[in-house]
Design a protein around this ligand. Structure first.
Ligand code: PFF
Length: 438
């Protein structure tokens, strides 16, 4: 057996986690939600939930992975075996399937983004008469297949190089550039004539929204999804950690930079949509119709458009790398496969399973909803129960405190065991009731 790889530095680990957390949730969900749920008022529940619950969930997954030096299947197996129970590995398959499911539909979106990036590079939006019509002839059609394949190949190549040489190295390049680009675009967007209305939309607090439970529910769902809590994705990155890394501080930094990126995305996109009199709606139309329309009409739009889509490529690719690592690690650990073989198998299967999603947006929607409404929240609940209840919250706190400059006090134990696990269950139930809140 080969020795398990580790991150080469604490910074490398944190950048990889920031890359994993920042993704489509930050760029095409947060900006719209901030405006739609009361602007600055939405920030109160969101910041509260992400700081308190997001950080707790990350500490849980990092230290669970580190303590067992295995991904979810092996880590769950160990915990239950110690109690004389033999079904841990089977339970661990659920979060691994959930994250693999996210990878399957995420890699398709990575393909769309790559296509859009090349369209901006070649200045092609200039000659596309109707961007909504163009989007309609692209997604849900065979035209996406090649781009989907390129998205998977890029991910597969990076991850085949391993933790230090692949995942860590590319994140060290992509993350600083991602933030640099967002700051440049922020200045561009905020200086557009008419941008003020967008700033008002984002920041003017509509306090009445705080008395509407849906604001709190959406903020709660967002706080789990945005830092990738599903019981496997952050856990696998934790499994490559050395004992001396400070987990509470790493979790806090991941939440902090993840939140900064959401704000930047919101202040880049929304003021620009207002400046051009467009409607800042949620989901795919925002990124693939509204945003290209903005760049088409903006002075210097060619340059800024290419920068924008490059930053989205980085945000999505750094998440796809994390997502694919979950099934890849599982195959390596369970079947003693080489990394190269394992990455190839996962990439190939994910591509095949994704093909029907390429061709039909209804299937795409159904698949994405099933994974994000059921599997991911169930994975988060299972991980919390397994680590805080079965492994034991006192052991969990010990694991988290190894290497911590400011160790967690005993007060944290009832909080993690009862409140965090309870809220994870609430997130699952509310997601099912509302058809998705993450
Ligand atoms: N955090 C990712 C995003 O914001 O796009 C999404 C995600 C990845 C959620 C992995 C859950 C997960 F397990």
């Amino acid at each position: 057996m080969q020795e398990r790889e580790t991150w080469s530095s604490k910074l490398g680990f944190i950048l990889a986690c920031i890359g994993a957390a920042i993704g489509l949730g930050n760029i095409w969900m947060f900006p719209w939600r901030l405006g739609a749920y009361g602007g600055a008022a939405f920030l109160i529940p969101y910041l509260f939930f992400v700081l308190v619950l997001g950080t707790t969930g990350l500490m849980e997954e990092f230290s669970f992975g580190r303590s067992k030096k295995k991904g979810a299947i092996g880590a769950f197996e160990d915990v239950y075996k110690d109690k004389g129970l033999n079904f841990g590995d089977k339970l661990g398959i659920i979060p691994v399937l959930g994250v693999t499911g996210v990878f399957i539909f995420y890699s398709i979106v990575v393909g769309w983004i790559l296509k859009y990036f090349t369209l901006t590079l070649t200045n092609s939006f200039e000659s596309i008469e109707s961007i909504p019509a163009y989007f309609g002839t692209f997604v849900g059609t065979p035209n996406t297949i090649l781009w989907h394949l390129i998205g998977i190949l890029l991910t597969v190549i990076i991850v085949s190089f391993g933790i230090k040489e692949g995942i860590e190295k590319v994140n060290k390049v992509m993350m600083p550039i991602l933030f640099g680009i967002l700051v440049i675009l922020l200045f561009r967007s905020l200086t557009l004539p008419g941008a003020k209305a967008g700033i008002k939309f984002l920041l003017l607090p509509d306090w009445s929204k705080l008395s509407d439970p849906i604001t709190w529910i959406m903020a709660l769902g967002q706080s789990f999804f945005t830092v990738s809590l599903g019981g496997a994705a952050m856990l696998v990155y934790g499994s490559y950690l050395k004992e001396d890394v400070d987990i509470p501080s790493s979790a806090f930094n991941t939440v902090l930079f993840n939140t900064i990126s959401s704000f930047l995305a919101a202040f880049v996109i929304i003021p620009a949509t207002f400046a051009f009199g467009l409607d800042p709606q949620a989901g795919p139309p925002l990124l693939f119709i509204t945003v290209p329309t903005i760049f088409k009409s903006m002075p210097g739009g060619y340059f800024f458009g290419a920068l924008f889509f490059l930053s989205v490529v980085f945000a999505a690719l750094s998440s796809a790398i994390n997502l694919i690592e979950v099934p890849v690690e599982a195959l390596i650990e369970r079947f003693s496969l080489s990394r190269k073989k394992s990455v190839f198998i996962v990439g190939f299967l994910a591509f095949l399973i994704g093909l029907p999603l390429d061709l039909n947006m209804n299937i795409f929607g159904l698949f994405a909803d099933t994974v994000t409404v059921y599997l991911i929240p169930i994975g988060a609940v299972l991980a919390a129960i397994t680590f805080f209840w079965v492994y034991g919250v006192d052991n969990a706190r010990n694991e988290i405190n190894k290497g911590a400059e400011k160790p967690l006090g005993i007060w944290w134990e009832p909080f993690a065991k009862y409140i965090f696990t309870g809220v994870a269950i609430i997130v699952l139930v509310l997601g099912i009731i509302y058809g998705g809140i993450g």
